[in-house]
Write a protein that binds this ligand. Structure first.
Ligand SMILES: Cc1cc2nc3c(=O)[nH]c(=O)nc-3n(C[C@H](O)[C@H](O)[C@H](O)COP(=O)(O)OP(=O)(O)OC[C@H]3O[C@@H](n4cnc5c(N)ncnc54)[C@H](O)[C@@H]3O)c2cc1C
Length: 188
């Protein structure tokens, strides 16, 4: 069984691999103890380590990894503007992101924020490209999280699961490449 950096990614937004690695270590210890109790160390019996990790923390990290290029593409002014609109970015949401790796948002609050967002967009405080990138990647990241939340319970289903994951990650990767190309253009 593999743990730590060699096994799973760190938090997509800040690294800090020690804390997030321990989430996987706790599952690994549980699954290993059960396998030893059953005296069965086969892949099938150890597989719940993968399933339990990816259905929870792994799914959250996958979501954030896919969404991150859209978030970091926002300009400092756009981020300031989004913090000024109630229901979008908040101190509480940022705290939840660090503690539970989830971007918390209340859909009804976000809906209430829509007129202010539209007003901001009309006033040039939010670029149309940023809005479309955020919307596009939120959909792709949501689909990735959903797929990870249904990570196969049995290794026999892994091949079919991967076939669904690859096109989604290709979409997310294209956005990441575009982000780095923009950064390189800006600083070269
Ligand atoms: C600059 C930096 C800052 C960080 N800051 C933080 C932070 O503030 N908070 C936080 O939580 N995390 C932080 N991290 C991440 C954290 O350090 C890692 O997530 C964590 O150390 C991973 O632990 P690990 O045991 O999985 O791997 P490692 O600590 O990398 O241990 C792997 C070990 O295996 C050894 N090894 C490699 N190959 C072989 C071999 N063939 N044979 C024998 N031994 C081998 C290596 O020498 C190493 O000692 C930071 C990382 C970096 C690089």
């Amino acid at each position: 069984m593999v743990v730590g950096d060699a096994a799973f990614m760190n938090k997509p937004f800040s690294g800090e691999g020690v804390t997030s690695a321990f989430a996987a270590c706790a599952i690994a210890a549980d699954v290993a103890a059960e396998a030893l109790r059953r005296d069965d160390l086969t892949r099938d019996v150890l597989w719940p380590y993968n399933a339990r990790y990816f259905r929870d923390q792994g799914a959250k990290f996958a979501f954030l990894t896919a969404l991150m290029p859209a978030l970091v593409s926002l300009s400092p002014d756009e981020i300031d503007f989004l913090y000024s609109v109630p229901g979008v970015f908040s101190e509480e949401g940022t705290r939840a992101l660090n503690l539970e790796y989830e971007l918390r948002s209340d859909p009804s609050e976000t809906l209430k924020a829509l007129p202010a967002l539209l007003k901001g967009a009309a006033a040039g405080k939010l670029r149309p490209a940023s809005i479309s990138r955020m919307a596009r990647m939120a959909v792709a990241a949501g689909a990735i999280r959903k797929l990870y939340e249904s990570y196969p319970e049995h290794p026999a289903d892994f091949g079919a699961w991967i076939k669904k994951a690859i096109p989604l990650w290709k979409k997310a990767d294209a956005e990441r490449h575009a982000y780095f190309q923009r950064v390189l253009r800006e600083y070269s």
